[in-house]
Ligand binder design. Sequence first.
Ligand code: 13P
Ligand code: SF4
Length: 361
Amino acid sequence: MNKAVDVPLKLRESIIDLAEHVERPAPPGADTEKLVSRIKALLKQQNAVIIAHYYTEEHLQVLADETGGHVADSLSMADFGNRHPATTLVIVGVKFMGETAKILNPEKRVLMPDLDATCSLDLACPVEEFSAFCDEHPDRKVVVYANTSAAVKARADWVVTSSNAVDIVNHLKEKGEKIIFAPDKHLGHYVQQQTGADMINWQGFCVVHDEFRAQELKELKEKNPGAAVLVHPESPEDVIELADVVGSTTKLINAARDSKADTLIVATDYGIFHKMKEAAPGKKLLVAPTGGISPTCTMCAHCPWMAMNSLEKLAHVLETGANEIHVDEDIRKKAVVPIQRMLEFSNQFKQAKNKQQPVPA
Ligand code: 13P
Ligand code: SF4
């Protein structure tokens, strides 16, 4: 059962605006070294740590690693920020990641290189409309993807990421719960198929993953016999059907490392190639085909909002304290509950799995 939701005007306008205004960060040039040293000094001076997503530019990921920061998927970014002693967290990713860090760490300063770096899933799920929809189904548990605003999280019973959505929905199903899942229709459909849970899915989508095309992927597979196909579950169903491995960004990196195949076709943002190359040196990495036309396509396997992060902006926010994330305290107090629930579930689930014990009740 699906809820038909028009792509909100806000999202459509934002995409059109992006196509005209996205400036890809310049590749590292002569001044890069100077800039990097300045950022390193500022990080120390301000007791700050960088937490970056795999989709950001390679030099930002390198800098995060070199300075004791973290490069990760959205679950691990939240977990790391929650545990790290730094008093300033610099979230190099998109806005929902900065908000999650602030919700979990209200006493810390959370900065982001660009506050306009958002996510099409977040934009597709306006809180008023979503909340009214939840009110129509009081018998259902509200499960929202991390890629949502703080206000939407505040309306939820559970937050999930692509790392734990199947496990958490399975857990709810075993307790006899019916579910509202938002906002990603592809992830929702995938979770529904994996768990058999009774779910109503919101109809948002990721503008990057929605572009992957099954027919062209089949053709690419035929040209590369023996290649393994790695797919993020925000991709369309017919693309997921062609996958050898489906999972979160971390799961896909591990699969690249563990796969016996020498060639990997990857249906997610190609920013992930930096960590995949480290994990699977020598393997050939191919971007899965998309519907758009390169090189003008703004969303061909690369998130335009992740691409808004740059070294220059990072230095600027550390120097000026600009772009601090603030979350209304009432919303924060509500939103922290389903996020903590997810983190606790995931940690217990991991421990139980390691010990081969039954999953938490
Ligand atoms: P992960 O949690 O798998 O890193 O996914 C986040 C995301 O935004 C994917 O598009
Ligand atoms: Fe959102 Fe898609 Fe960008 Fe991930 S890749 S942040 S889901 S728009």
